[in-house]
Ligand binder design. Structure first.
Ligand code: 5GP
Length: 130
């Protein structure tokens, strides 16, 4: 079981943003910017391009919904989309609110993000998802 499956199962806490029957969205614990959100399929698959066409399409549509919520909740020009997947072997899309290109530099993380602020941001994004 991956760490993300344990989060989805509720065994490990997270700042949850949204879920449906197939996908789960929660804040990245080491955000590169405030509002940095991960989109994860509930069905474990390591590499995103091993996901079926149908599920990958649905995953992107779910990410779009969440990104719209992020854009409403957090002032930004656009929400950036990245897939890395080198650390956790459970496919995920990173969504990061962007004011400038440097806001999506994965080498620069927010130092010790305040739990209260993370909680508030997750709630704010969740309440802006249609
Ligand atoms: P990647 O696999 O895309 O290279 O990186 C994995 C991402 O997942 C990183 O941005 C990391 O901060 C995040 N991450 C790793 N473990 C956890 C966790 O237990 N909880 C949350 N919320 N995020 C995690």
């Amino acid at each position: 079981m991956t760490i993300f499956s344990r989060i989805i199962a509720g065994e490990i806490p997270c700042y949850k943003v949204a879920e449906n029957d197939k996908f789960f969205a929660f804040l990245d614990i080491n955000p590169v910017n405030w509002g940095h959100t991960l989109i994860v399929p509930k069905k474990e698959e390591d590499y995103i391009f091993d996901i079926s066409d149908e599920d990958l399409g649905e995953m992107m549509v779910f990410a779009k919904k969440v990104a719209k919520g992020i854009k409403k909740a957090i002032p930004c020009r656009k929400v950036g989309v990245t897939v890395l997947g080198l650390e956790v072997p459970h496919a995920h899309i990173h969504l990061v609110p962007l004011q400038k290109e440097g806001d999506m530099d994965f080498k620069v993380k927010i130092d010790n993000p305040d739990p209260e602020k993370m909680k508030k941001i997750a709630e704010e994004i969740a309440s802006n998802i249609e």
